[in-house]
Design a protein around this ligand. Structure first.
Ligand SMILES: NC(=O)C1=CN([C@@H]2O[C@H](COP(=O)(O)OP(=O)(O)OC[C@H]3O[C@@H](n4cnc5c(N)ncnc54)[C@H](O)[C@@H]3O)[C@@H](O)[C@H]2O)C=CC1
Ligand SMILES: O=C1O[C@H](COP(=O)(O)O)[C@@H](O)[C@H](O)[C@H]1O
Length: 249
């Protein structure tokens, strides 16, 4: 029988990419505070992730949670990230543990390590001939309050894994765009994540066995300053796209 997967933030862009690739592969329960505007696979729960009781109900019978819901803006103010990204993520983890969920994949971000992009390193680190690489073992260095909230989400996952044994993978997503990498934006091209690689990566987060992991979620770009080796090794991630293939578009 197909695994039951709860997808929070299902109405957003990352949710669209995941469902675009995996709609038929799982028993989906989709959750977002915004109601759906088009047909979705499975059941759709309209709820806020800070609503404890509703989130507990949404967790019943779920094997794996893909937790995307949150404020994705790098300029998001503290009150928003505190509520949506930190409090909401704690509510999701607490309910997941209590419901006996096996795994949670958390949508972390490149902004959790944004301050490695120093004036001395940029823009060279965004280029294919530069060998600077972050691999997920480095200390977090958030570049904004949104990044701080993602580091907090990763720490919540660490706590719930260590305390309760739930499997947790934090995917530090780069820059997701459909069809084409960002244009005239070296940083975005270095951290591009295509829609199909995004779906495949989260598929591997559902299928693979792991304890607590931090991986980078980017395509196999020639330009890169995030290693994808850990995602390959632990999750079996095999990206198909490379922003360099679009250089002449
Ligand atoms: N799109 C990208 O390139 C990247 C996205 N991410 C992360 O991935 C996740 C999804 O991002 P996107 O799909 O791009 O954003 P989005 O804004 O398109 O989707 C987020 C969804 O979450 C929902 N949501 C927000 N707060 C909520 C709450 N309190 N309760 C219930 N639903 C809520 C929104 O209604 C929205 O549908 C976010 O956590 C974001 O930080 C991280 C790095 C890059
Ligand atoms: O975490 C996120 O990162 C991406 C890429 O960051 P940017 O600084 O290159 O824009 C961003 O597009 C997305 O909205 C955000 O959630």
């Amino acid at each position: 029988m197909a695994q039951s997967v709860l997808l929070t933030g299902a109405a957003g862009r990352v949710g669209e990419a995941i469902l675009g690739g995996l709609a038929d592969d799982y028993e989906w329960r989709l959750l977002d505070r915004d109601p759906p505007t088009e047909d979705y696979p499975g059941e759709f729960v309209v709820a806020d992730i800070t609503e404890d009781e509703t989130i507990r109900e949404a967790m019943e019978g779920i094997d794996v949670v893909l937790h995307l819901a949150g404020d994705p803006r790098k300029t998001a103010p503290w009150d928003s990230v505190l509520t949506n990204n930190i409090d909401g993520t704690q509510t999701v983890f607490e309910a997941a543990v209590d419901a006996g969920v096996e795994k949670v994949a958390f949508a972390s971000s490149n902004h959790a390590v944004g301050h490695y992009e120093t004036d001395e390193r940029t823009p060279e680190m965004y280029r294919a001939d530069d060998d600077y690489l972050l691999d997920g073992t480095e200390q977090p260095r958030p570049g904004n309050l949104y990044g701080v909230s993602k580091v907090a989400g990763e720490a919540l996952g660490r706590y719930y894994h260590d305390e309760y044994g739930i499997s947790v993978v934090n995917v530090r997503i780069g820059n997701l765009t459909e069809n084409h990498p960002p244009i005239d934006y070296e940083r975005g091209q270095a951290m591009w994540l295509s829609y199909r690689d995004c779906a495949h990566l989260f598929d591997r987060c559902i299928q693979a066995d792991y304890d607590y992991e931090i991986v980078y979620g980017i395509s196999d770009n020639d330009r890169k300053y995030y290693s994808i080796e850990r995602a390959k090794e632990v999750l079996g991630y095999e990206p198909q796209d490379n922003s360099a293939a679009h250089n002449d578009d």
